[in-house]
Ligand binder design. Structure first.
Ligand code: NAP
Length: 501
């Protein structure tokens, strides 16, 4: 049996079902959502493996000052669990982390989570149709289905700068903020000027002695339409939750419209971002030499467009210097640039992003005939509709390859993936189906079309970014609108899969 008709016939004939077990890796936004939806479908044999001691994923890890989401909170939350009392339009990290903790408690997921348990490897056995997971401490766990919810931004990337290990001062990555480190009055080097840097630099600049920003590439930064909600608004939201739904829909549509800016570099909508960012630079940066350093030479959106109201004012502070010369090495006491200038500093903060294109590494995932996922992805990760990989049966990913966005909420994308995966898993309840595996030709056709589409977008417009591999393959972003993704993911086409008994 290997086609949709067979599956549908089985279903219509009240197929014989079997119990299923599902292992989920990661208790972040993806893993929690998957667990909630599986439980609601009646599946209880779920184990979530979480390497840390609490839930929240990136919202647990990124505790740097000023950390927050650049998608308005009414949309950066699950459709099935609206929060009526977000304190502001763009909530900060503690409130977002608390939201995911609330979801964990409300949906009684805690007993399903194995905290402080990191998965090292997982391998599929064709004979039994089972995955065997091995934890860091060597324990094994078997499950019919494996779902990875590790996302794209969970492992901090440290730059390969010679001498890093010799530095004698304070040194950490923004995603592992050292809250015990006292930066007051200190000379602080910040390496990197992306989404994380633009949030914490304005927070620390007023209290450090000197801040030297080592900027490799400038970003397009546009204003952030943020403010706290008033007491009156909050009580209205509480009395009339429909208002929150309306706000959510309006935010969604406004952000979705921004997709047109990404479709092609230099189009009308793309230029609106350029104009908005240039206006900010002109308003806040009076020094022409500094201005020249801050204007990107690539179209808006090629790298993620950043939103902030306090980035340029922080950069214009007298105690902040922007150094665009390449960082050549780190000494015991400072940072040396390629021009040979040494900048003595007391602290170095790496705001250098994440290992975004290697997805599930360093985990070793082994599929049919001993195939290693990291090897299969040696020339750049790819998946079928972002969720499945041919040769890796009963294995699904959340926020996997080519599911990232530059313009809308990842939670929306995750919910579409969860719905799709849950339906695939329901096919496995059929006692005659041992495993489901996407056909190699379906996956190939999907990715050929996707790469052709994505080649037209702003992401391919000649900049480097965390969306692509060193060879330039765009492995992280979805090539279309979220509406299109939602439409294509509303249910699996089982013709694209082998259902093997
Ligand atoms: P990022 O945007 O990838 O920025 C990394 C920065 O480090 C870039 O400026 C990069 O320069 C620089 N860099 C990397 N290696 C370097 C080296 N060897 N020498 C000098 N500079 C180096 O990373 P991020 O700021 O952590 O943000 C990553 C993503 O996380 C965001 O795009 C976003 O999706 C998410 N995020 C979201 C929020 C939010 O919602 N507000 C906040 C934080 C993070 P180049 O540009 O030249 O590569």
């Amino acid at each position: 049996m290997s086609n949709q008709n067979a599956f549908e016939l089985d279903r219509a004939a009240n197929m014989k079902t079997r119990p299923l077990s599902v292992a989920i890796i990661g208790a972040g936004a993806g893993g929690l959502c998957m667990a909630v939806k599986l439980r609601q479908s009646g599946l209880e044999d779920i184990t979530i493996f979480e390497k840390a001691a609490s839930v929240g994923g990136t919202w647990r890890d990124n505790t740097y000052p000023g950390s927050g989401c650049d998608v308005p909170s009414f949309l950066y939350s699950y459709s099935f669990e609206p929060k009526l009392d977000w304190s502001r339009r763009f909530a900060a990290q503690p409130e977002i982390e608390a939201y995911f903790q609330h979801v964990e408690k409300k949906y009684r997921l805690t007993p399903k989570i194995r905290f402080n348990t990191e998965i090292d490897s997982a391998s599929f056995d064709e004979a039994t149709g089972l995955w065997t997971l091995v934890t860091r401490s060597g324990e094994t766990h078997k499950a019919n289905v494996l779902v990875s919810g590790t996302g794209q931004l969970n492992r901090p990337a440290y730059p390969d700068i010679p001498g890093r290990e010799n530095f004698k001062g304070i040194m950490f990555h923004s995603a592992r903020w050292d809250h015990a480190a006292d930066l007051a009055g200190k000379r602080v080097a910040v390496v990197g000027s992306g989404a994380s840097a633009i949030q914490f630099v304005p927070e620390i600049a007023p209290r450090v002695g000197k801040l030297i920003l080592f900027q490799r590439t400038p970003n397009w930064v546009v204003p952030k339409d943020d403010r706290p909600y008033t007491q009156e608004e909050l009580s209205l939201f509480k009395r009339f939750p429909i208002l929150v739904k309306i706000q959510r829909a309006m935010i969604y549509l406004t952000l979705e419209r921004n997709w047109f800016a990404f479709k092609k570099p230099g189009n009308f909508f793309n230029n609106l971002f350029r104009k908005a960012a240039m206006k900010e630079i002109e308003e806040h940066i009076k020094d022409p030499a500094l201005r020249a350093k801050l204007v990107p030479d690539y179209p808006p959106g090629c790298k993620r467009i950043l939103i902030s109201n306090d980035w340029y004012p922080a950069i214009a502070r007298p105690n902040v210097d922007v150094v665009t010369d390449r960082v050549a090495r780190i000494t015991a006491t400072g940072v040396v640039t390629a021009e040979g200038v040494e900048h003595p500093v007391d602290a170095i903060i790496f705001a250098t992003g994440f290992e975004s294109t290697t997805f599930l590494a360093p985990m070793k995932i082994t599929g049919l005939r001993g195939r290693d996922l990291n090897e299969a992805w040696a020339r750049g990760a790819e998946a079928h509709r972002g969720v499945a990989v041919a040769g890796f049966p009963n294995f699904f990913m959340l926020y996997g390859p080519n599911t990232n966005l530059g313009h809308n909420s990842i939670i929306f994308m995750i919910e579409a993936q969860v719905r799709y995966i849950a339906t695939c898993i329901s096919a496995l309840r059929n006692a005659r189906v041992s495993y489901i595996d996407v056909k190699a030709e379906s996956m190939r056709a999907f990715n050929e079309a996707l790469q052709k589409d994505i080649g037209q977008t702003v992401w391919a417009a000649g900049c480097n970014s965390w969306y692509k591999t060193e060879d330039g393959k765009i492995t992280n972003n979805w090539s279309g609108s979220t509406l299109r993704f939602w439409w294509e993911m509303r249910e699996p086409d089982f013709q694209e899969y082998r259902l093997v008994g």
